[in-house]
Design a protein around this ligand. Structure first.
Ligand code: SAM
Length: 226
């Protein structure tokens, strides 16, 4: 990593801690060790450690580091967790999850755009974070039956409502985090299922994500990539 990017990274990590986006050592360690510049297209490489989303092609974005850190904290991940992620994108958030759950854990990540899923795999491989990751191409708005139930579920695209599959595919004692609302603006929803299966739902901060496109998501309009 060149010196400019390294200095930017130190500044960013301090900002994320001071701003309360990073709260635990676990998440701090992941944010320090997973190199975001690997997941960013070459032309934006000098912006890798600025706190902003960046284009990754196909009309999609890699989320801002602050939102990645914040959602990861909300998930309260543990080593060994089995996590379902919807919206692989560049694979950056997937890498953060993979780093935290370690070899004993498993991340199943679904992306609807095949080319992005392929790029994400190469990115994860570069960091050796692909070994506990299974990438699937498909419509994640219906979840993924094959490996259910999941300890944690994370949706990284805006959903018009809490998708029904969450209630069935999340384990008792599990946590799901997702942006829910309109195309223009969403609230981060934290849904918890206790050991008896009782659900609680909290509405957290306002966020803006690209839309979840699919059966339980928004419908594709003519100018969007299919
Ligand atoms: N977390 C990603 C990262 O770190 O680069 C960024 C995710 S991006 C904000 C949202 C992703 O969700 C896009 O790549 C988009 O193609 C994908 N997506 C949208 N609808 C989807 C669906 N129904 N199933 C799977 N992926 C979907």
């Amino acid at each position: 990593m060149d010196n400019y990017i390294y200095q930017q990274k130190i500044r960013l990590i301090n900002y994320l801690k001071e701003g309360g986006f990073i709260k635990t050592e676990k998440v701090e360690e992941a944010m320090i060790n997973v190199d975001r510049s690997i997941f960013v297209p070459q032309k934006y490489i000098n912006e890798s450690y600025e706190d902003k989303p960046l284009p990754i092609g196909y009309g999609q974005t890699i989320s801002a580091p602050s939102i990645v850190a914040y959602m990861t904290e909300l998930l309260e991940l543990r080593e060994g967790d089995k996590v379902l992620e919807i919206g692989t994108g560049s694979g950056y958030q997937t890498a953060i999850l993979s780093y935290i759950v370690k070899e004993k854990g498993l991340i199943i990540s679904i992306e609807r755009i095949k080319e992005l899923s392929e790029i994400a795999y190469k990115n994860l491989e570069k960091l050796g974070l692909h070994k506990n990751v299974k990438l699937i191409v498909g419509d994640g708005s219906i979840g993924y039956e094959n490996d259910k139930p999941y300890d944690r579920i994370l949706i990284t695209a805006a959903s018009p409502k809490i998708p029904n599959f969450i209630y069935d595919q999340l384990k008792n004692g599990g946590i799901a985090v997702m942006p829910v609302g309109s195309i223009e603006e969403q609230k981060l929803v934290v849904l918890k299922k206790d050991e008896l299966g009782k659900i609680t739902i909290e509405y957290n901060i306002s966020v803006i994500f690209v839309p979840l496109i699919g059966y339980n998501g928004f419908k594709l309009s003519n100018n969007e990539i299919n």
